[in-house]
Design a protein around this ligand. Structure first.
Ligand code: F6P
Length: 372
């Protein structure tokens, strides 16, 4: 019997999404399944905005960045509707049923896995794919989008080297990655950054400055500091940790409330920390420092060959699972193959960089400073 599949992309866009949509769609069509896409993530499923993913729609999209379906960060259970925020899961379920869908495929990062799991609990047949430039989804070796973004950040660091060298400057380059250091670490090593600052290793600014001064003493007058958007100084990290403990387990309600307000204040202060770091380094080293924030550049443009391959592998695997009616799972990358992981084992976990990760060990061996 023909199976009907719905596909949506949610959360931040990521190179490789179209390659995955093509993989799902083409493999499904070859097994006589019918595929529709919902526009702009879970919002499109709620508003019933669809696009037919037939052969013509799937053709020519492998190399295109972004997502042909559009995306949004809307959550089914907390959807802004007019001036209100409402739980719209029932409406999503009605549309899912009206389309006679056998399965809904959700492509997204950690947040999307969580939202998809909520839908599983409400009776949807769901299969998910792990995409994000941050590479922080638990249970999968890697997410698609990561390789492309790491390549873009590496190229940026390469280019910053020549200008830093010419002007004998420090260049502090901020790399995305949310609260995980994968992108900064990978691009920092590949681009030969002299200092790499990641959220997993809180830094002491004095140690960063000393690493730069030491390079100067050895006759190298420039330094590249790759800093993750989520990187934290030791002081900031310990204040945040203390406020979190108090917010979770403070003995009085008023203390917990105050701690929550303090967390919000700290998070607001943290925006712009790369500029603060650059100014501190100028003061401590006496060298000129400049900041480059890579931002959304890292999410744009064509996916790398590795991401096209990964997205195609995981996308086609999705159809195999749907044919077997194996639902409530994420298709995780495992070596050259894949594995279907129950969504319950994926959600509420974040894959950060382990402190004994071989990339960290290698970076230390080539004298990269982590400011610790
Ligand atoms: O999760 C991907 C990501 O690019 C993060 O690295 C970054 O923190 C965030 O999304 C930015 O989100 P937005 O595109 O909503 O500004």
């Amino acid at each position: 019997m023909t199976k009907y599949i719905g596909v949506l992309t949610a959360g931040g866009d990521s190179p490789g999404l179209n390659a995955a949509i093509r993989g799902i769609g083409k493999a499904a069509l070859s097994q006589n399944m019918q595929v529709i896409g919902f526009r702009d993530g879970f919002r499109g499923l709620m508003e019933n905005r669809t696009v037919r993913l037939d052969g013509a729609a799937l053709s020519g999209i492998l190399t295109i960045g972004g997502t042909i379906l559009g995306t949004s960060r809307d959550k089914p259970h907390r959807m802004p509707v007019g001036s209100k925020t409402m739980d719209m899961t029932d409406v999503l379920l009605e549309n899912y049923r009206n389309h006679h869908l056998d399965a809904l495929v959700c492509l997204g990062g950690g947040g999307t896995q969580k939202n998809a799991y909520r839908l599983v609990k409400r009776g949807f047949n769901v299969v998910t794919l792990p995409k994000t430039i941050d590479n922080d989804v638990a249970g999968t070796d890697v997410t698609f989008g990561f390789d492309t973004a790491m390549g873009i950040a590496t190229e940026a660091i390469d280019r910053l080297h020549s200008t830093a060298h010419s002007h004998h400057r420090i260049i502090v380059v901020e790399v995305m990655g949310h609260n995980a250091g994968w992108l900064t670490l990978g691009a920092g090593i590949a681009g030969g950054a002299d200092v790499i600052l990641i959220p997993e290793i809180p830094y002491d600014v004095e140690k960063v400055a000393e690493a730069i001064r030491e390079r100067n003493r050895r006759g190298t007058g420039f330094s590249i500091v790759a800093v993750a958007e989520g990187a934290m100084s030791l002081t900031y990290a310990s204040e945040l940790a203390a406020a979190r403990v108090e917010a979770d387990s403070g003995d009085k309600k008023s203390h917990r409330k105050k701690a929550k307000a303090r967390i919000e204040e700290l998070e607001r202060e943290h925006v712009g920390h790369t500029l603060v770091l650059s100014n501190q380094l100028e003061e401590l080293t006496g060298l000129e420092s400049r900041v480059t924030i890579l931002g959304h550049l890292q999410r744009g443009g064509a996916p790398s060959a590795a991401d096209r391959l990964l997205a195609t592998r995981l996308g086609t695997a999705t159809t195999e699972l749907i044919a077997r009616e194996e639902y409530g799972v994420m298709v995780a990358a495992r070596g050259e193959g894949w594995e279907a992981l129950p969504l319950g084992d994926v959600v509420d976990k974040r894959k950060t960089v382990p402190l004994d990760h071989p990339w960290i060990e290698s970076a230390r061996q080539v004298r990269t400073s982590f400011g610790d």
